[in-house]
Design a protein. Structure first.
Ligand code: AMP
Ligand code: GLY
Length: 423
């Protein structure tokens, strides 16, 4: 089978890396891919949102399956476009992708179908939003409604901070039209975790649990980022966490999407919090998590291409998991998630042996050497029989890989180890 992966980040690098291991795969293409992805796939210079060119390419190369990495093309209707041409593609269509594309829709869905989530209210009027925040008090959570690359959320410790966030989103339009509507949410306390599942209609097949560290700095402090590292499994959760989240959240959500006339097909990601009353939804995403995918796929023993085909064909996929734990640490550009420089030399990447998993998110090759090309540069992933060993190994590798102008969190996974060190 010829496969096309749409995207260029660490998640897509991990997808291509895993797909290339399939016995059934012919050529893997990636659009636009990256210099690192070019080591496992044939890269094609087509932007990930250029539906017309991607469809033409898929026809030209007789692509048997296209896999969409990022949310934007899904939310824009890439799947509808491919399906209209009779091309096979993995991901939700435009209407189903709204589960991520519009927080207001996701909240409507959860309220209507009793899927546990934080109490909330949506606003398009700034003064009303401010009045609501003042009434509810802090801590409180402010979210831009549309897509903001994981950065449109403020967990405000005070009313003043919440009002500042409303001003940034609604008055200063920091996230553009994504901030025309805001969602103001109850603060949920508890352990956060990510559950990804393959979904086709009402059938839901879970992947193993993982946890992402979204804040920029040690001890989960500082601004939200796209993710500074992740690990799997998440041993501090109760043993029944996955089953409970499936029964209370994933399966009802799949049924709710059918009831809404938007049956879901693809990978559904739930960002969850284990509260004193069980799991609640923070957000849904209509695609693989980043960086969770980079620590979950290394644990998947089954053939990912076969799994995706089975899901698309309405069959139950065989999902076998490696018992080993995986820890992934992100190397980021200094300044991220604020402003940062690109083109920082990364002279130490060759320090890493070929056994180590390294998924590139924002790098480029210049004169045969690697340079940074984004806020998140790459992720180093280590598998080991225990999480503690995986964490240690990943730290040892990233310490060798890092260089001036970069930073990483050396406490990825600390919540699992129950270390008070950074708390
Ligand atoms: P989101 O982009 O919606 O996933 O939010 C980014 C991060 O903000 C989450 O990963 C949580 O750490 C935090 N967050 C979002 N909503 C809430 C909430 N209602 N209560 C507590 N923390 C939240
Ligand atoms: N790691 C969070 C996300 O993929 O949105």
């Amino acid at each position: 089978m010829n496969v096309l992966v749409i995207g260029k980040g660490g998640r897509e690098h991990a997808l291509a890396w895993k797909l290339v291991q399939s016995d059934q795969v012919g050529t893997i293409y990636a659009a636009p891919g990256s210099a690192a992805i070019a080591e496992v796939a044939v890269t094609v210079d087509i932007a990930e949102t250029d539906g017309e060119a991607l469809v033409a390419f898929a026809k030209d190369k007789a692509i048997d399956l296209t896999i969409v990495g990022p949310e934007q093309p899904l939310v824009d209707g890439m799947v509808d476009r491919f399906e209209a041409e009779g091309l096979k593609i993995f991901g939700p269509n435009r209407q189903a992708a709204e589960i991520e594309g519009s927080k207001a829709f996701a909240k409507y869905l959860m309220a209507t179908y009793d899927i546990p989530t934080a109490d909330h209210q949506s606003f398009t009027d700034y003064d009303e939003a401010v009045a609501y925040v003042e009434e509810k008090g802090a801590p409180i959570v402010i979210k831009a409604d549309g897509l903001a690359s994981g950065k449109g959320v403020t967990v405000a410790a005070s009313v003043a901070e919440a009002v500042d966030a409303l001003t940034e989103i609604m008055k200063d339009a920091r996230f553009g039209a994504a901030g025309d509507q805001v969602v103001v949410e109850e603060f949920l306390a508890g352990e956060e975790f990510s559950l990804m599942a393959f979904v086709n209609g009402e059938n839901v097949y879970p992947l193993v649990l993982s946890q992402d560290h979204k804040r920029a700095f040690l001890g989960d402090k500082g601004p939200n980022t796209g993710g500074m590292g992740a690990y799997s499994p998440v041993p501090q959760l109760p043993d029944d966490a996955l089953l409970t989240a499936m029964v209370n959240i994933m399966e009802p959500t799949a049924r709710a999407m059918i009831a809404e006339g938007r049956p879901y097909c693809g990978l559904l990601y739930a960002g969850l919090i284990w509260t004193s009353t069980g799991p609640k939804v923070i957000e849904f995403n209509c695609r693989f998590g980043d960086p969770e995918t980079q620590v979950v796929l290394p644990r998947l023993k089954s053939d990912l291409l076969q799994v995706m085909n089975d899901v698309l064909n309405g069959q139950s996929p065989d999902l076998e998991w490696d018992e080993r734990a995986c820890c992934g640490i992100v190397l980021a550009s200094e300044g991220y998630p604020g402003s940062y420089e690109k083109g920082t030399p990364l002279p130490n990447l060759h320090e890493v042996d070929t056994q180590t998993l390294m998924f590139h998110a924002g790098t480029k090759q210049v004169d045969g050497g690697w340079q940074s090309d984004g806020g998140r540069i790459l992720l180093v992933a280590s598998l080991a029989s225990h999480l503690e060993a995986a964490i240690d190994q990943a730290n040892q590798v990233i310490e060798r890989v890092q260089s001036d102008g970069t930073f990483y969190r050396e406490d990825i996974g600390y919540r699992a180890l129950n270390k008070a060190k950074y708390a």
